[in-house]
Design a protein around this ligand. Sequence first.
Ligand code: GLU
Length: 494
Amino acid sequence: MSVRTRVAPSPTGTPHLGTAYIALFNKAYAEQQGGDFILRIEDSDTVRSSKQSEVDILDALKWLDLDWDEGPDIGGSRGPYRVSERLTHYEAHANELIQAGGAFTCFCSQERLDELRREQQRQGETPKYDGHCLALSESEVQRRIDEGESHVVRLRVPDSGDCTFTDRIRGEITIPWQQVDMQVLVKSDGFPTYHLCATVDDHLMGITHILRGEEWISSCPKHVLIYDYFGWQFQELFHLPLLRNKDQSKMSKRKNPTGINYYRDRGYLPEALLNYLATMGWSMPDESEQFSYAQLTEKLDLTRISPRGPVFDVEKLDWLNGCYIRDLPDEELRTRFSSWAGNSANLEKIVSMLKERTERFDQVLTQVDYLIGERKPIDKEDLMQPPLSEEDVVKILDFAARTLECITTWRSDEIGVALRHTAEICDYKVRDFVAPLFVALSGRKVALPLFDSIEVLGLELTRARLRSAIDILGGISNKKLKRLDKEWTTLTQS
Ligand code: GLU
């Protein structure tokens, strides 16, 4: 049987390092075994999914050379490769599951479910569905569907006993059925949830090995049930350890940039980033830290992956990237550097910003240093500007980051409107609000227009500079973070 692996990102945001990490091991394993690596787009969340996000994910994976043998852009024998184009498969399988007694139709209203959750929380129980609609007769279900009542399909879960399955990295895992919720499989809009589309697609696409993040372990019992109801053969499972921040917490954008494009824009080489990702949980038999993708595919042994959470350490990545830079022949390095510096989208914006402010080309570099290169070192005094207190400045930097995270169209005019609005609801003069932002982002008090600069820097680099400025001011304690969360919610919801 030929090996088939897959990566199945949801197109709900900017391309994530975790997607590249999972794709890398899936691709390397398929290649080693002479099999196929498949890219499937899980756009089952109709509200959060976007075409742009899908395009960005495909581009980012291609930049890393993680291309696929079958996928939405190139097709293949088991397509289509987008969940939204496979709805008839899920509908047919959901109906079959209902007939077999493995799933049931549920009409419970959101109000009832909310009340149930609150009650269970009051009793100190873990919230989960109570089986209310399990007792409905077939005829009542049909009548209510015919009357157009909104409904979902839920998985029927045994109420006692345990589910045992094997993870090839961790060994046998047992989870009591009591801990497993009667998960929704088909939403009221007819779209499947992850559990239904992932299991049906993995089966129909002939996937033989599933390598994914460890956060999906708790979903396995639901998948085991679906596979058992259909009598399908379960794939070999490998749950790769989650990437972690230096403090061992789950890697998060608050502490580490998590977007692939951040690393591309800062001038990391794709092969260095891939190499570094390959050391997350895996180590070469000879312990070497610098190795190529080809060496990885030659030596990879999935059962040697360690379940202990690997720390994604940017300083270590810098070191490795430096090794790769030094290994490149000068001419190759020149080509790579100029294509990075001349990144056309950014260059266009930078040129139009400079046009009004430049008389000779040799004046360009001093103006755009912070847009193309690193920000100059700054200290506390640089960030403090009257009439703002230190607390004000931290709040402004934090609220600016939160504001930018909510922007859907990354353009300077939208950025300007959003930041001005935040200044207004927080009762700051726009002039005072933007002053620390200038310093945090450019390292200077005066720089090119702020909102245009933010557009060029992109969300991740902007956020990283705002966070580093906050750290220069002493950081935000957990207690203070809670206060800021509360204030932000109140301000933005009123
Ligand atoms: N759509 C899921 C994700 O984005 C896929 C999980 C899986 O690989 O089963 O992580």
